[in-house]
Write a protein that binds this ligand. Structure first.
Ligand SMILES: Cc1cc2nc3c(=O)[nH]c(=O)nc-3n(C[C@H](O)[C@H](O)[C@H](O)COP(=O)(O)O)c2cc1C
Length: 329
């Protein structure tokens, strides 16, 4: 199964890949199917990309006509706008026709996935790496980028950055290079304030951590994630608490409600952030946010609730002054 749900705000890398080279995705899926002995594949595509679905269907027909897929059949399914359906088990539920809610794990999809059968779920970018690895070899691939996380990564640049574009760079490229060399820096001569990497659930990175390479391990070390590859740049005029309020509202809205820590937690986090942003916060609110965040990260059923506190916790650490300026009591 290919996860092309791409619901993370600010992310559009999978769309760019599928628009420009749907054939590589099919080739990657066919290689995977051959390796694991699968005869049925699905692409679960974001519902807002209907023209991409058309392109994929056309590419599947062309590949079948040329006999390139053998007995491997690929079906395209469209999402209906729920962010949680990008979570692999919710995605499986959605394809089965159930409510788009995550399953308890184990069993993991590799053991019991779609209709109880062993199922591989991978992202578009993962699959399109396969044909070129088979063609040029694993050693060639491993020679590119960071040692522990080799290859390239596609990033989409949004926010207060000169070049609002997408780039594919080796994984040892630093965040500073992404924002300033490829992104062209901050427009209108303003100063850099923060960058959030990986979409709404990603950590906020301040100026003094910009020299960290954008690979999986290095990002983890600074409390951030690579996630969907969204790079959201903020200039000096941005109010961090204001940005966090929008993000908290997003998670409250997108929580599917299946587990209590996420259903209640996203709501409470949102309430407190809104209160702080209105200038009605008290010092204790910060401590409650911290505790709520820690509880959610260990007790929520899926990555949505586990990661929802990351932007809150990282901004309270790196941009404490923005909060303190609004906490009056
Ligand atoms: C709330 C939530 C949304 C997700 N959305 C996506 C998505 O849109 N696309 C995606 O590939 N993975 C998404 N994931 C991650 C998937 O569960 C899964 O880890 C991923 O598809 C595996 O692909 P990869 O290992 O090839 O990166 C999401 C996870 C969570 C918790």
């Amino acid at each position: 199964m290919c996860n092309a749900d791409e619901g993370e705000p600010g992310t559009y890398k999978d769309r760019i890949i599928m628009e420009n080279d749907p054939q590589s995705l099919l080739e990657g899926m066919a290689i995977c199917a051959y390796a694991i002995g699968a005869t049925k594949g699905f692409i679960y595509c974001r519902g807002e990309y209907p023209y991409v679905v058309d392109l994929l269907k056309k590419a599947i027909i062309q590949a079948k006509d040329k006999g390139l897929l053998g007995d491997f059949d690929i079906e395209v399914r469209m999402g209906a706008g729920a962010y949680v359906c990008g979570e692999e088990t919710a995605l499986i539920e959605s394809i089965e026709g159930g409510r788009g809610e995550p399953r308890y794990k184990p069993p993991y999809p590799g053991v019991a996935g779609l209709w109880g059968k062993p199922t591989i779920v991978n992202n578009v970018e993962t699959f399109v790496n396969l044909p070129v690895i088979i063609e040029k070899g694993a050693d060639w691939f491993k020679s590119i980028g960071a040692a522990g996380y080799p290859g390239t990564k596609v990033f989409t640049l949004t926010g207060d950055v000169v070049n609002k574009t997408f780039i594919e760079v080796p994984t040892d490229t630093t965040i500073r290079e992404i924002v300033f060399d490829f992104g062209g820096g901050i427009p209108q001569g303003k100063k850099f304030k923060a960058v959030q990497i990986g979409g709404s659930s990603g950590g906020f990175i301040p100026e003094d951590l910009l020299d960290s390479p954008a690979d999986f391990d290095s990002m983890q070390k600074i409390g951030a994630t690579l996630g969907s590859g969204a790079v959201f740049v903020m200039d000096q005029t941005r109010d961090i608490v204001d940005v966090i309020e929008r993000i908290a509202q997003f998670f409250e809205h997108e929580s599917c409600g299946k587990c209590a820590p996420c259903r209640e937690g996203t709501m409470r986090v949102c309430e407190i952030i809104e209160k702080i942003n209105q200038g009605k916060g008290i010092a204790k609110d910060m401590a409650v946010l911290e505790k709520l965040g820690r509880v959610m990260s260990v007790s929520c059923l899926c990555g949505l609730g586990q990661a929802a506190p990351v932007p809150v916790l990282t901004t309270m650490r790196h941009f404490k002054a923005d909060y303190e300026a609004k906490v009056t009591g």
